[in-house]
Design a protein around this ligand. Sequence first.
Ligand SMILES: *Cc1c(COP(=O)(O)O)cnc(C)c1O
Length: 350
Amino acid sequence: MKEWKKNIRQVLPYVPGEQPKQTDVIKLNTNENPYPPSPKVQEMCRQIDNLRLYPDPAAARLVNAIADYKGLDSSQVFVGVGSDDVLALSFLTFFNSGKPILFPDITYSFYDVWADLFRIPYETKALDEEFRIRKEDYYGENGGVIFPNPNAPTGILMPLADIRDILDHNQDVIVIVDEAYIDFGGQTAQELLKEYENLLVVQTFSKSRSLAGLRIGYAMGSPELISALHNVKYSFNSYTMNQPSILLGAASVEDDDYFRETTAKIIATREWFKDEMRKLGFTFPDSKANFLFAAHESVPAKEIFEAARAENIYVRYFPKERIDNYLRITIGTDEEMRKFVGFLKRYLHK
Ligand SMILES: *Cc1c(COP(=O)(O)O)cnc(C)c1O
C-alpha cells in the first residue's frame, strides 16, 4: 500500500433515498412534502438580488424571522444548511467528553455516520418490542443523548413528560431532540428550553415547509449553546447560508396560513391512509410524522417494494435487522396515496 493511502480518512457514508431521474413517478421514498412551498417563496424568488456580494454570515434576516415566529430571542436560534448541517456541527461542538453518546438502535441512520466521522464513541439502545424508545435506557452515564421525535423511521412520538424525564436524568450532558417531523401533529420540546439550558431542539424546513431543495435547518437552545455552535461554524465556513436561502426561508416563515393549511392536509391524508392500510392487512406504529412505517401480514416488504418500483412507485425499504419487513411510505397528495392503495389492492389481490 502506498504510504499516503494510510492517511486517508476511511468513512462509510450515509446513503440517502433514491432520487429517480424520471418525472412520471409517484415518489414516496424520502419524506418530501408533496405540496409546493408557500407562494410567498415564489414571489420572493423574483426579488433575489445582490448575488455579487457575500451573504450575511449570521443570516440575521432568517434567524430573526424564525426567532419571531417561535417567540424566542435571536440569540437562541442557529441556522444551517439543512438540519443535517446543524446536527453534524452539534456533534462536533457538544459531544467531546470521550464517553459514549447514546441514541436508539433504530433511528436516523446519519447519527452513527457522524459519530464515526468525528470519532465520537457511541452506544445504541434497543427500541422495545413495539418500537418505542425506552427512556430508562438513557439514565446511565454518557457523553450526550440524541434522538428524533417523532422517531424515524417508526413515526412514534415520545410524550413531552418522557423527554423531561430524560433531561432530568441527563443534567451533565447536552441532549439533542431532532424534531424533523414535529409539525405533523407532535408536541415540540421548545417549552422545555426555559428550564434546561443543556437542551438543543433541532427542526428543518425540508419536510413541513416543502423546502428540501433549499437546505435550511435550525437549532433552538440557550444562548450559550447557540454561541458555541457559531464559534465552531465560523471556524469552518462563515458563509454556509446563501443569500437565496436566507430570503426564501424568511418568506416561508412569514406565511403561517399556508404552512398550517398544507401540514393539516398531510395529517388528514395520513389518517385516511392508515385506515386503508389496516384494511389491506398492514400493521404499523401510530405515526405522527409524514410517513407510515408498515409491515404486511403475509407478503414480505421487499417484494412489495420491488413490485411498486416496477410500477414507478418509490417507497423506502431498509434491509436491516428487525426492520427488514417494513416499508416506510411518505404521505403524498390524496391522489398519489389513492394510486398507491390501488396498486396494493391489485398486487395483494384484495
Ligand atoms: C430528514 C431528516 C433530517 C435532515 O433533514 P434536512 O433536510 O437536512 O434538514 C434530520 N433528521 C431526521 C430524523 C430526518 O428525517
